[in-house]
Design a protein around this ligand. Structure first.
Ligand SMILES: NC(=[NH2+])NCCC[C@H](N)C(=O)O
Ligand SMILES: [Mn+2]
Ligand SMILES: [Mn+2]
Length: 297
């Protein structure tokens, strides 16, 4: 019995550009339910986590924009993700800015002893208040999940850390801040930058990634649409040129489907205001199709 739970997280408090809160709607409009119903026995769309429209505020002291709200809303997400897994469902979270990975991983990681994470992204999202150039929490969730950062964030879900550095693979990196580079080196995090993707090809990158994570008891895929080239996924708040192509991304998802290692996923940073006729949401849905085993023949 294959069950999928879809959870919308219309969060935009982790960054400054309005519109990413409409990501879950855009992805639903692009047909996520219809497409994935063919690949699961049951698809439960649980609707959206309530975010509301609070006054935007910055905690000047700590360089953590909307700290309390981001923490609070991620607690709610963690509860829903946890419940989905308890009920035997594969949790698929629709973002929302990438700060939602804090809540997703809080809900997921308690179910695994040794969770692997694939971070498909132009960025490392390994900043802290001290290293962040922007104060935007969507640039911090991977560090937070490692237990590095403000305790209001690292303690979401009531425990820390969620993951270990040697269980992470970052794919598609091409924009890293100085503090992120240092953390990657210090912790020995595995990273396939665009250089390695060009050099090795996506086939080899995914073969190595899958081999690297094979012995984990679960693998979470956190896919930031800005990992793709802005030509293929223009509707994102922090685009970086020279990214992963649409075709390479399909191949990556198909290889993950074949490997059967992925046990939870989130697709984030879809911003329909910045998009071109809902292209980015449609790309997200197409990639989900491949991730969950869609085949042409
Ligand atoms: N999830 C994202 N799109 N993150 C972008 C982060 C950009 C930059 N590194 C920052 O920390 O502000
Ligand atoms: Mn990114
Ligand atoms: Mn990201």
């Amino acid at each position: 019995m294959k069950k999928l739970s879809i959870i919308g997280m219309p969060m935009d408090l982790g960054q400054m550009r309005r519109g990413v809160d409409m990501g879950p709607s855009a992805i639903r409009y692009a047909g996520v339910n219809e497409r994935l119903k063919k690949l699961f026995d049951e698809v439960h769309d649980l609707g959206d986590i309530a975010i509301g429209r609070p006054e935007v505020m910055i905690d000047e002291e700590s360089n953590l924009r909307n700290l309390d709200l981001v923490a609070e809303k991620n607690e709610s997400l963690a509860v829903e993700v946890d419940k989905a897994i308890e009920s035997g469902s594969f949790p698929l979270v629709l973002g929302g800015d990438h700060s939602i990975a804090i809540g997703t991983l809080a809900g997921v990681a308690k179910h695994y002893q040794n969770l692997g994470v694939i971070w498909y992204d132009a960025h490392g999202d390994l900043n802290t208040a001290e290293t962040s150039p922007s104060g935007n929490i969507h640039g911090m969730p991977l560090a937070v999940s490692l237990g590095i950062g403000h305790s209001k964030l690292t303690n979401v879900g009531g425990y820390t850390p969620k993951i270990n550095p040697e269980n992470i693979v970052i794919i598609g990196a091409r924009s890293l801040d100085e503090g992120e580079r240092e953390l990657i080196k210090e912790k020995g995090i595995k990273v396939y930058t665009m250089h390695e993707i060009d050099r090795l090809g996506m086939t080899k990158v995914m073969e190595e990634t899958i081999a690297y994570l094979k012995d984990k008891d679960g693998v979470h895929l956190s896919l930031d649409l800005d990992g793709l080239d802005p030509h293929d996924a223009p509707g994102v708040g922090t685009p970086v040129t020279g990214g992963i192509s649409y075709r390479e991304s399909h191949l990556a998802m198909e290889m993950l489907a074949e490997s059967k290692i992925v046990t939870s996923a989130e697709f984030v940073e879809v911003n329909p205001i910045l998009d071109d006729k809902n292209k980015t949401a449609s790309v997200a849905v197409a990639l989900m199709g491949s991730l969950f085993g869609e085949k042409l023949l």
